[in-house]
Design a protein around this ligand. Sequence first.
Ligand SMILES: Nc1ncnc2c1ncn2[C@@H]1O[C@H](COP(=O)(O)OP(=O)(O)OP(=O)(O)O)[C@@H](O)[C@H]1O
Length: 722
Amino acid sequence: MEPSTSIEQAEINREQAYVDRVYARLAAMVESATAVRQEGRERGLLDYTGQIKEEDYRSLFERDVLVDHAVRRLAVLDAQREGLVFGRLDHRGGVVRYVGRIGVRDAEHEPLVIDWRAPAAAVFYQATAAEPQGVVRRRVLRSQGQRVVGVEDDLLDAEAAPADLHVVGDGALMAALTAARGGRMRDIVATIQQEQDRVIRAPAPGVTLISGGPGTGKTVVALHRAAYLLYTERRRIQGGGVLVVGPSPVFMNYIERVLPALGEHEATLRSLGEVVDGVVADRTDPYPVAVIKGSDRMRRVLSRAARGPVPGEPQELRLYAGGRMLSLDARELAAVRTDVLRRGAQRNRARAEAVRTLVGALHKKVGGGMSRAEFDADVRERDAFVDFVDLWWSTLTPAQVLSWLADRDHLAGAARGVLGPAEVDQLAASWVGVSGHSVDDVPLLDELDSLLGEPPMPAPTRDEFDYDGVQEVTTSVDRDYTGRRGDTTPQYDGYAHVLVDEAQDLSPMQWRMLGRRGRQASWTIVGDPAQSSWPDVAEAESARDSALGNRNRRTFHLATNYRNSAEIFDLAADVISAELPDVPLPRAVRETGQLPEHRLAGEAERPEAVTTAVRELLDVVEGTVGVIVPRERVRETLDWVAPFGDEAGQRVVVTTGLASKGLEYDAVVVVEPAEIAAESPVGVRTLYVVLTRATQRLVTVGTDSGWLDRLRDRSRVAASAG
Ligand SMILES: Nc1ncnc2c1ncn2[C@@H]1O[C@H](COP(=O)(O)OP(=O)(O)OP(=O)(O)O)[C@@H](O)[C@H]1O
């Protein structure tokens, strides 16, 4: 958008001059950090002689600190080439402050720009006309690269405004909300709203629960909160890091740019299928199977599988000892195993105990004459005995134990009294003829991992402490330095902060998996129960409560929908309220005058109706068009829209209701909404999700318009014969 008046252009020019000064300073900072890094490296080359003395340690350590600091600083500075300065505050009394993505000081150490997360910047987000907090005018600078292209002002205190203070622009928020969407979520650092800022700056300890309807900014706010915590609590958080968990790789891809844009590169982003190290799963199971795999009942099934018989294990131990042939049959061996694992021991860690108990059981058969110690010494080292133990108590992997459950009889044994026969059938079948693991298998693998444990590490030999390079060495200087600066960086078993998005969909088994990664963490949990696809809300809540323990909880509810036009959200609100009248609904702030459209189309006309809608929408919106379809229709729809691939590049995306959670598009075509609602017992919630993905235009195409009949107000949908 070009500036419309000469006053606006003059204001832009003035801001550009300031921004240029900041970039010049940034360039000088990059130059000096580069020089420090270089100097540090050179010093390191000189210092490394192969013979390390204490003084060398000292200078090597200093060098490492220097280089490390410079490298980090460069990474932060390098990321801040775009829109570095985005805000300006004119305070009463004429003081002016600029707010940006990072703090920048001039050569005399005076602040040029305040980091948006610093306490002094909070007023940028919190001041209102009702409570200006000393701010006369708040200005948002819109930039392209390093060029200021617009300014948007809010006059907060008209009485205190000097005569020459200009107020220009239509409001930064509206400009941001109407902007076309690309494939990635953008940061909202320039337009964070007051209710959102309170959540972002909430104290870290305990659990922060963020709820709110679709499009209320839960995700984007949670990500800004992560950046805020990394800034304000870096020392604490560096001990364990931040884990950000979302529903799918597509979703993680969608949000992955936000934290780097805010200058943070240190969070770990994982989809639910990637939370366990070494496992990458993208495929989801059909809904009924996912419900069984996610259920808390799987704990018992897996516990039995991990502690029960191993398929193909030896059924008898025979050994000549103590002057006679001794044997233990299958029942006796099972009794030994049960005895060893009785008190919750992890199987892979209990081998020594298993050997002890086994030898004890054999010794009882000798019937006197040989002491236990003598018997032990005789039996333990025998090849036959060692070979038996290797087979009978081999180290098991989670994937191995899970694979046994594809055998219906084995599964039925483990699931006796827990799952019904039909459930056993469905579950066993889900593991037959598939490659790799599903997203719903991952928490099961993690559960098995915690049941099996790692085999104990052999005691380290002296050699393992030796070094052939200096990097791995902790010197007395390190310890001295650490002590002197009073380092309180805590060491974490797991992450220091865990952020869970779309938490309403987590199954009990997924909560257990996350709980293991945040035993000592503070948490931010984001969700909207009305969008939940998990059938047993109480069961999931109880698993969540166990994962979080008795940490303090702080809850926030976001009530403004920033994504959808009011016309689109009204339709979605009507759909969900017709089924679930108590669902709290946010308020959409933006009107476009464009009603959603429903196009009736018979089976045969459906492909044509869908492609026509996509073509029309590509013409009227600048950004993306999402085509959301029932699970069974993905393949055919991909064929229909394939021709748009060349023409529209990445602009057209086909997805399902469940996979569209958390995502958004400029325009959406919903194919067969009634079928989406019928896909699962909580299908109306999925339809609610689907109808709230579009920022500007919504068209539905279906053979059935029955889903509209229940609406209070059918005029919300423009009639169309298709
Ligand atoms: N203060 C803001 N300024 C500009 N854009 C905003 C603001 N708050 C939210 N948005 C935008 O609104 C859209 C919805 O935000 P987000 O995806 O975080 O919502 P959500 O509550 O997680 O939605 P859902 O539950 O439907 O997935 C995003 O495009 C986000 O950038």
